[in-house]
Design a protein around this ligand. Sequence first.
Ligand SMILES: Cc1cc2nc3c(=O)[nH]c(=O)nc-3n(C[C@H](O)[C@H](O)[C@H](O)COP(=O)(O)OP(=O)(O)OC[C@H]3O[C@@H](n4cnc5c(N)ncnc54)[C@H](O)[C@@H]3O)c2cc1C
Length: 355
Amino acid sequence: MKLQHFDTIIIGQGLAGTTLAWHLLRRKQSILVLDQENSVTCSKIAAGLITPITGMRLVISWRFRELLQTAEQFYRKIEQKTASRFYHQRGIIRLFSSQAEQDRFTKKLETQEFCDLVQQPISNFNHNLFSSLMGGFEMPAACQLHVSQYLAASRVNFQNRNYYQRADVNMNEDIILTANEVQIPKYGISATRLIFCQGAEDRNNPWFPQLKFKPAQGEILTLEIPESQETRIINHKSWLAPMPESKFAAGSTYEWDQLDSKPTENGKQEIVAKLKKFLRCPFQILDHRAAIRPALQDQKPIIGMHPKFKQVGIMNGLGSKGSLQAPWLAENFANYICEGKPIDSQVDLNQRYPA
Ligand SMILES: Cc1cc2nc3c(=O)[nH]c(=O)nc-3n(C[C@H](O)[C@H](O)[C@H](O)COP(=O)(O)OP(=O)(O)OC[C@H]3O[C@@H](n4cnc5c(N)ncnc54)[C@H](O)[C@@H]3O)c2cc1C
């Protein structure tokens, strides 16, 4: 049987696969994106927050300015191409939870890079809706990608151009390597290369056993809050973020042992308890989801082709920062694949995991 040939087959239409697909298309590659179409995936349930300063230690996100600029340009372009709107600049309000955090903030103000990312006092803060006993600060550069909408708009675009197919690829049985290409006879297709973008599924990927994964399950709630018109994200140990159709998302939890997509009562109670510490008005829980974040032990993402089998590659490890990192990573990877430009050493599979 003659197989239909592509430059690149991508397995997975999450944040990683979708974003890589767009970058390869921009470089005129022929591609096919395959996906199982599960209703719940990590990308589909993510809140898509792009946060400049995170964690208890108030750390600036890795290469924030550089990655933000790439992300912004990229998502805006895809919004134009798909005639949709899914990328929003929104401030994040971070409320202090302790004196130690306040002190840390004051100390951090000594560096210009930190100062440039924060604003005090918080503008137009609604004290009737939110309590802020210890004050806080605002991060005006923060953004939000409505991930599910980005994926849906991209999929329609790919489908209309025959670049997308529903498929459930068995990594152990369905993939055949020949001298110059990779074949998936089950679907009648072959390609010069195949890139795995399977999220947490890739921790079982037999082609890349060297990768050291440390995935984290996360739970998230969808809420209705009739009294709130707040368009910014509020963060106080947990976060509350606006979502489409006047809803809100609240989350999220981190769990490293129970790695499945089953929402738990404990997870729900944890989010609700944190929310009640700063949200002063009634809310209703409409939905509750869980998924596994694909993360590597060193918390850095990875891209690259297999050290021995040049026909297979991987993009993974987006962790809890996929919305910010995916465009920059995909651009790096596409530049390598199409133009032979070196991959940034911090994310290069073959430098991080030498054969
Ligand atoms: C609760 C929660 C909240 C989050 N909030 C944020 C946030 O605010 N900001 C942020 O940046 N990130 C957030 N994240 C993390 C973000 O979602 C991830 O970084 C990102 O989704 C990872 O994308 P991915 O494409 O690598 O994986 P996935 O989204 O898991 O995509 C993998 C895709 O591959 C497909 N697939 C897998 N195996 C196969 C196969 N064998 N054949 C065919 N298809 C296959 C799956 O169906 C899926 O569509 C959150 C995650 C969770 C769980």
